[in-house]
Design a protein around this ligand. Structure first.
Ligand SMILES: *[C@@H]1O[C@H](CO)[C@@H](O)[C@H](O)[C@H]1NC(C)=O
Ligand SMILES: *[C@@H]1O[C@H](CO)[C@@H](O)[C@H](O)[C@H]1NC(C)=O
Length: 278
């Protein structure tokens, strides 16, 4: 009987070990580094141990974008635009897992998941008259400053990764991240499903190009996109990795399906190509 209880306690501990508490960014309001609705951004940090103590893996959550005031107003009240209803704990699995059997390379690194709440891949920074805050770039910097203080300033190895809109963030901010980490450290970036292409839809128009123009304009993102691109191209085009990866100095590893279903649904066959949903 005792053994059985002990067994269940151990199972519970094992499951709970995967759950990582949230941290609200400090001084978010003072720094103007806030989510779309003005709430403070959130990240989850699981500390490294042993030989991983000075290694850092920062992972950025995805969740699409908003490209004008009405669509951002809708997102403001969702998990993509506000920290109000975000989970208190997250289950760290895969590349974030603390278990060596599931995550042999990074299980003992400092692992961080940054929640997405700005809706422009952390590039925005503009004051508006609407009740919306477009402050993604400030969030990125403020979270990084807090992580540097928490030990990332002593990093020996550091990776910036992300998925989908977060994967695009890891491309757009790859060199910025490198610049924040000590020069002696080895720094790399990983983009998982974040390579969005500028393809024409089945009707021949580039809907996604218009969409990104809207994202960049609405969020005042131009000044935070790579200058190597914005000095040559229209700013909206600098949201496409195809126009920026050649200039990135930091090693970048791109993982993307050739049949990315988001891009098939939204770039090749956008919803407006079938307004009656037939
Ligand atoms: C956490 O994720 C792992 C792997 O996906 C899963 O086996 C486990 O049941 C999850 N735990 C909780 C509490 O959700
Ligand atoms: C793309 O559309 C298909 C068919 O409607 C759907 O099953 C799939 O989940 C969609 N994929 C994404 C990433 O939205």
């Amino acid at each position: 009987m005792m053994l059985r209880i002990l067994f269940h306690v151990l199972i519970l501990l094992r499951i709970e070990a995967a759950l990582v508490d949230r941290t609200f960014l400090q001084n978010a309001k003072a720094k103007g580094a806030v989510c779309l609705d003005g709430s403070p951004p959130v990240y989850h940090l699981d500390r490294g141990s042993g030989i991983g103590i000075n290694n850092w893996l920062v992972h950025i959550e995805g969740g699409g974008w908003c490209n004008n005031v009405p669509s951002c107003l809708v997102r403001k009240n969702s998990k993509q635009g506000s920290s109000k209803d975000m989970a208190k704990q997250l289950n760290f699995s895969g590349i974030l897992s603390s278990e060596s059997q599931f995550n042999p390379d990074f299980h003992n690194w400092n692992r961080i998941k940054i929640r997405y709440c700005d809706c422009a891949s952390f590039t925005g920074d503009v004051e508006t008259a609407t009740k919306l805050y477009f402050r993604g770039a400030r969030i990125f910097l403020a979270v990084m400053e807090e992580l540097l203080e928490k030990g990332m300033k002593n990093a020996e190895n550091a990776i910036l990764s992300g998925c989908s809109a977060g994967g695009l963030t890891s491309i757009l901010h790859c060199d910025n991240y490198r610049a924040l980490i000590p020069e002696s450290a080895k720094v790399k970036c990983i983009s998982d499903a974040g390579y969005f292409i500028n393809a024409k839809s089945i009707f021949g128009a580039s809907y996604v190009e218009d969409f990104y123009n809207g994202v960049v304009t609405t969020h005042g993102a131009t000044k935070n996109l790579p200058l190597s691109c914005t000095s040559k191209e229209k700013p909206g085009l600098c949201f496409f990795p195809q126009n920026i990866v050649q200039q990135i100095q930091t090693p970048l590893f791109i993982i993307n399906s050739a049949y990315d279903s988001w891009q098939i649904n939204n770039t090749l066959v956008p919803p407006l190509s079938d307004p009656n949903n037939t």
